[in-house]
Design a protein around this ligand. Structure first.
Ligand code: A2R
Length: 343
């Protein structure tokens, strides 16, 4: 029987990319955890397979429903678990701090407790990837690459929630011997990236302008950030390689890794690059006060040494390709009549 990977958050950008990676590159079957009423557009290309359970099926549960998680773990007994589900929008977390903390901290604890209880009951022993975020480092010192031992600084309710997620992942590995590891991914993008994120809203607005659905003005927030970008398709490859390394004992329980792109951009450079790919030459940029956050994690460059030692991995998709694919993603959505909100 094929081994199984459970992906929480399978309808999200990264979860759906991980499902694609696993189906294309491994022998694993995929079980996707989703909530009862979830946007499915990131999985439309897989629905034929899902309908006939061709190596992929869906399981309904919610991180905030312990009993549903417990039933799922008992029924599915995945060999690998990649826990990606989260309230993942840093800016939105200022508006919904309690839901963010509840889902990302208590929801993660719920999942880990279910695994621990199943282990105590019958020896169940999966490998568990806990997805933290580079936002745990918060407002970092300019000029200093973020390494795994850089101090945490909670710069948003999201960042604080991911600090909780991060410590839970480490703790369940150290204290209970569950084969967990934690990843802190830097800014990741590419097709399916939500439009609440900077580069995706810029690309989406360009696509809207090209289609005559928005006046030729792009609204932006704080542009003073400097950060690395990587394609989520590169990141999910790292996730799967880490799961394998954890299974073989190369990665110790509770260990944690930065995973980041190695191409650095100031945000105005991202705008220039995306504009250079546009058919329009008359687009203006305007600051929109609604897009500013009370504090920003405005310096995000990483030291990837640790992950490069743990697995045979480096980012492979050039940032230019990633931005181009992102712009084309929005053009395709609009061409199909899926008009995104003008936000
Ligand atoms: O909000 P929904 O229904 O579209 O589902 C999202 C799911 N999710 C949940 N699943 C179960 N129980 C919950 N209480 C719950 N709340 C949210 O997590 C969606 O399927 C997924 C998040 O997808 P995205 O927002 O597209 O995030 P992305 O970029 O794929 O990030 C993956 C991970 C997250 O842990 C981020 O915090 C981290 O990478 O950066």
């Amino acid at each position: 029987m094929a081994k199984k990977i459970l992906i929480t958050g399978i309808t999200g950008q990264v979860g759906s990319q991980l499902a694609d990676y696993v189906l294309e590159n491994t022998e694993f079957d995929v079980v996707g955890m989703m909530r009862w009423q979830e946007p499915m557009e990131n999985l439309y290309h897989l629905t034929k397979r899902i309908n006939v359970k061709d190596r992929i099926c869906l399981h309904y549960a919610d991180l905030n429903d312990f009993s549903a998680l417990a039933r799922m773990i008992k029924a599915v007994r995945p060999d690998y678990i990649s826990h990606l589900a989260a309230q993942s929008y840093p800016k939105t977390s200022f508006d919904i701090p309690i839901e963010t903390l509840q889902t990302n901290i208590i929801g993660t604890a719920n999942l880990l407790e279910c695994i621990r209880q199943q282990r105590d009951s019958d020896g169940y022993g999966p490998v568990v990837h806990i997805c933290s975020s580079s936002e745990v480092y918060g407002k970092a010192l300019p000029g200093v690459p973020l390494a795994e031992n850089t101090a945490f600084h909670g710069a948003s309710p999201y960042s604080i929630s991911k600090i909780g997620t991060d410590y839970l992942g480490q703790f369940y590995g150290e204290a209970y011997g569950i084969r967990t590891f934690v990843t802190r991914m830097g800014t990741h993008s590419g097709p399916r990236r939500s439009d609440v994120f900077f580069e995706s809203t810029v690309a989406k607005q360009i696509a809207l302008i090209e289609s005559g659905l928005q006046e030729p003005v792009i609204k932006v927030g704080n542009l003073s950030s400097t950060r690395t970008f990587q394609d989520a398709r590169d990141a999910v490859r790292a996730y799967f390689l880490l799961l394998q390394a954890s299974e073989s004992g190369k990665v110790k329980s509770g260990d944690y890794f930065n995973i980041a792109g190695e191409e650095v951009f100031k945000l105005p450079q991202v705008i220039d690059l995306l504009l250079s790919m546009s058919t329009r030459t008359d687009i203006q940029i305007k600051t929109d006060a609604d897009r500013l956050r009370p504090i920003d994690a405005d310096y995000q460059m990483f030291d990837n040494t640790k992950i490069r030692k743990a697995i045979d991995w480096k980012p492979e998709i050039p940032a230019r390709q990633m931005f181009s694919d992102l712009l084309n993603h929005w053009r395709d959505q609009i061409a199909k009549g899926n008009i995104p909100l003008n936000r």
